[in-house]
Ligand binder design. Sequence first.
Ligand code: GUN
Length: 620
Amino acid sequence: MDLIHREGLARVGKFSTQHGTISTPTIMPVINPNIRTISIEEMKKMGMEAIITNSYIIRRNDDLRTHAIEKGLHDLMGFNGPIMTDSGTFQSYVYGDIEYGNTEIVDFQEKIGSDISTILDIFSVPEDTHERAEAAVNETYRRMNEISGERKTILAGPIQGSIYNDLREKSAKLMSGTGAGYLPIGGVVPLLEQYRYGKLCEIIINSKLNASFDKPIHLFGGGHPMFMGMAVLLGVDIFDSASYVKYARDGRLLFQEGTRDLKEIMEFPMWSPIYGKYTAKELKESPLEERTRVLAHHNLFTIFMELREIRERIYEQTLWQYVEEKSRAHPALFAAFRNILKYREKLEPFFELYRKPPLYYFDESSQLNPYFVRLQKFISDNPRFNCEKNYVPEGVWQPSRLSGMFITEQYEKSSLPYFINWMGIHVPVELEEAYPVEQVIDTDHYMESGPCDTPEIPASRSKRVRDFDLEKIRTLCDFQFGCGTGKQVFPDKSEIIKSKATGRIRTVSLNGKFLATMRAHDGFLGLNIEGGNRLLQTVKYPANRVVVNEDSAEYNARGYNVFRKFVIDFDPHIIPLNDVLVVDSDDNLLAVGRAMLSGIEMATYRGGMVVSVNHHTRER
Ligand code: GUN
């Protein structure tokens, strides 16, 4: 799985199969080989890149089986792109035992040329006891391992475990360690049908965080556009669904935020492919078959439209915000969003150090987003901010408020921590320019929230005991690279250069050599080689490091980016888009650059770029 763009666990990626590459996130429309409601050509026009069909149905039908064996699955389906096949697990869940065994059905899928073949996993339902669900997890794992040998097809190994978080975790870990190259989350159709999105979010999180990040995560049956954004935010790459046809048969239309009954509809939206072709009245009076075809077209179109929006949101890095907004569309989504917030500390390490767009602050629930979590964790982990006495300047902070008298008369004459009252929490004044403190868009309500407690001001002293600009740089360093690093990397003699136009800090140097730059767009530090070397001497191995092997070291030292396959060790706490030190196996600094992955993800990604090098130690 190649990562192209990201926001936390959400990713735009590419996944290669024998019949082409799939751009994710996407949906594989379910196609029943016996019934074609929408043609492949029409689907392609909407953005379809891959389909899913059922090998069990093909195998049971003489004509379909013969065609698939003689001419291949792709000829049978009339599609030369990636095709995934399911195994009959769902049929055995709906109709009881089926007549084929696991190895048999996988061999058949491979034989007919399926790109992604699914084992005969055991479908657990939400009502299953823990014991029964665990037995299903174990048996599914056994069946995955039963499929041996080199295969031409990619194997899909479903993650089961019913509603039990520990079992989803166990199943995700077990299946990730097998030959499965594709990991669907199974057993969730009943939850999707009952709008139990809160539980589903928990299932997705517990599966995703314990699965290999290198493999695509598929949500079996997750085809309603109202839930897709949430699922992608939690790391789902691919959906499959027959919902577009099922809803159409029932006379229902999918919308990005819900479902409407054709009977109740007065007008079609202008974006719909139905618009201008039928009036609502005409469609209501059309024969069932025609109506189903037209509604299926609308439904699939809506799904692809929502996926386009989701991909755009990932590029823009506003998917969290989109999900937050959309969660108000239905109480089930709102409950699910609240459930996501309960996992905020687990999600935080995957979020980038900064994003291009500002952070939208809506209400107290915004305080639970990953950027707030990170700020609050920094404050509580840093002993400097945990003394009994601290000060909050009177009034409410606004950008650039902290220059001028307050700094020279109070802050610089005191050694106590000062905080600003920001969006209902207290943030160290030194972080006033760091993302998202300055880059927040809030409502007037929070700007007017008045002074908070302890407005007591220390008695004015005549002596200046600290320098605000230097403290700012040091606090940023502590935030980005660990508590206590700031003082070591930026000693008292550091020289700070400010922009004449804006008055903001631009660079820090020591004895004429650049240590770091303070970036205008996010307010964080970008280390230069000299700053990197000082950090390297300050923090113990492997903190803030990505260690490369001999084959790569010389290239990275000359400025080439770092690729995963050459990495031999790394700091598991790396934050995406933060600066990291690229070192060789003797811990010599080769380069400094931006991490493309979190440390947690680096552990299981096998390919792709992991550090984009900004500064290097040797000439090109
Ligand atoms: N289709 C819907 N849910 C499932 C599942 O759990 N396993 C398989 N194989 N197919 C499914």
